[in-house]
Design a protein around this ligand. Structure first.
Ligand code: ATP
Ligand code: MG
Length: 390
């Protein structure tokens, strides 16, 4: 028995009757995620998930890192499994946590006993192992309140497990437990973060990108696909839908008043995204809008674009400052790619005086010459699908 990984389920444990299906989704997400790191056994018991390498060439370091991006995990730790015998547990703890025990000045042992047939109570086990460790590392003092190192022992059905301090996992809910949504993914800073935030709440994501070639270059598209690739470890495999948007933008420019270009363009995005949502059984759209960030993100502008959505529009960033969004983008690893220079389809035909507080009636009037339905149908027919794997 060797080095393995223990994961504590997050909010999943609160889900009462649904707990089983949540746990199944989480373990299947974990299994899929770990495939490329070698054969691991993944089992759940009492809100703990045991990830055990099944061969010598499993990449447990890689697996641990990858699991840090799996939603639904509250804390995670490397652990050593050993035989359920007090002396064996003490010896294993001394060996496995040797570096930590040498570095710490004070320690305590905390035991939990899932297996009620084990001969010692958890208090007796802590005392026994604490005594043994103290003998082996005489510099240590026992400190029950603020120890530098807590040695955790868990006696479970199949084995005993020894570990040090757990680290926080990704949190959230397992992807796939909260339905699916179409996420509008641009090359900017915000939409990768909004996509990540809703995946964190358990949504499976279908990214949609509106592409205005040749006004925006192949590089702009590649950048969006790169961002999707950075999101896959969190969101799971995704099928990005690249929607040809050039003709629509040209039509808007030719047939609508300039002040309304942006708002009408965004209404077209909502219509197309809603159709993609309907085709893919998605219950919502996601955007990276934040209140007041730009002219098209005032309350009135959001109302005017939402008017064209058939499903709820989720805007997880709506109350966040740019600095807050940036700090998440840095943490999840999308920031550096987001700030690479690129052309944004939104800025291709930017009006000189964008209408910041549009009246819905006037917006509808402004797009009256647009052949909305054929344009939407044409865009949908031209979608390019790009599968992004791990
Ligand atoms: P981002 O940083 O995500 O680009 P932004 O602050 O630049 O956002 P806008 O460009 O006004 O804001 O876009 C608002 C939202 O509309 C984006 O967060 C994204 O969800 C969506 N969006 C904008 N442009 C595109 C596009 N070309 N393809 C897909 N979605 C887009
Ligand atoms: Mg943008």
């Amino acid at each position: 028995m060797t080095d393995m990984i223990l994961l504590k389920e997050g909010e999943v444990v609160l889900k009462g009757l649904n707990k089983r299906s949540f746990e199944q989704k989480l373990t299947s997400n974990i299994r899929r995620r770990l495939k490329r790191f070698g054969p691991f056994a993944v089992t759940a018991n009492q809100s703990v998930i045991y990830v055990e390498p099944q061969s010598g060439d499993c990449d447990t370091d890689g697996a641990f890192e990858a699991l840090g991006k799996v939603f639904g995990i509250m804390t995670m730790t490397r652990a050593a499994a050993c035989e359920k015998d007090p002396a064996a547990i003490a010896a294993k703890a001394a060996e496995y946590l040797r570096e930590d025990l040498l570095a710490a000045k004070s320690f305590k042992v905390e035991s939990r006993r899932g297996d009620k047939g084990f001969p010692l109570t958890s208090v007796q086990l802590s005392q026994y192992v604490g005594g043994q460790l103290h003998d082996a590392f005489p510099h240590l003092t026992a400190d029950m309140h603020t120890p530098e190192l807590t040695v955790h022992l868990e006696v479970r059905d199949r084995a005993a497990y020894i570990h040090g301090a757990p680290v926080p996992g990704a949190g959230g809910l397992p992807v796939g437990t909260a339905g699916s949504a179409v996420s509008l993914l641009s090359g900017g800073i915000d939409s990768p973060v909004s996509t990540w935030m809703m995946a964190k709440r358990g949504m499976r994501i279908i990214p949609v990108h509106f592409f205005s070639f040749p006004y925006t270059s192949e590089l702009a598209k590649e950048k969006v696909l790169d961002l999707a690739k950075l999101l896959v470890p969190w969101c799971g495999r995704m099928n990005v839908q690249v929607v040809p948007f050039t003709h629509i933008q040209e039509e808007i420019r030719a047939k609508c008043p300039e002040d309304y270009f942006t708002i009408i363009m965004r209404r077209m995005m909502m219509r197309i995204a809603s159709a993609v949502a309907a085709d893919n059984n998605c219950g919502a759209l996601i955007t990276g809008e934040s209140l007041g960030q730009v002219a098209s993100q005032t309350m009135e502008a959001m109302a005017a674009t939402e008017d064209c959505a058939d499903v709820p529009v989720l805007r997880p960033l709506v109350g966040m400052d740019k600095a807050e969004v940036i700090s998440i983008a840095r943490r999840i690893g999308t920031f550096e790619t987001s700030i690479l220079p690129y052309e944004d389809c939104c800025t291709v035909f930017t009006p000189r005086h964008p209408c910041t507080h549009p009246k819905l009636r006037k917006v509808r009037e402004a797009e009256k010459d647009l052949d909305v339905e054929p344009l939407v149908a044409e865009a949908l027919a031209g979608i390019e699908f790009v599968k992004i794997g791990y």
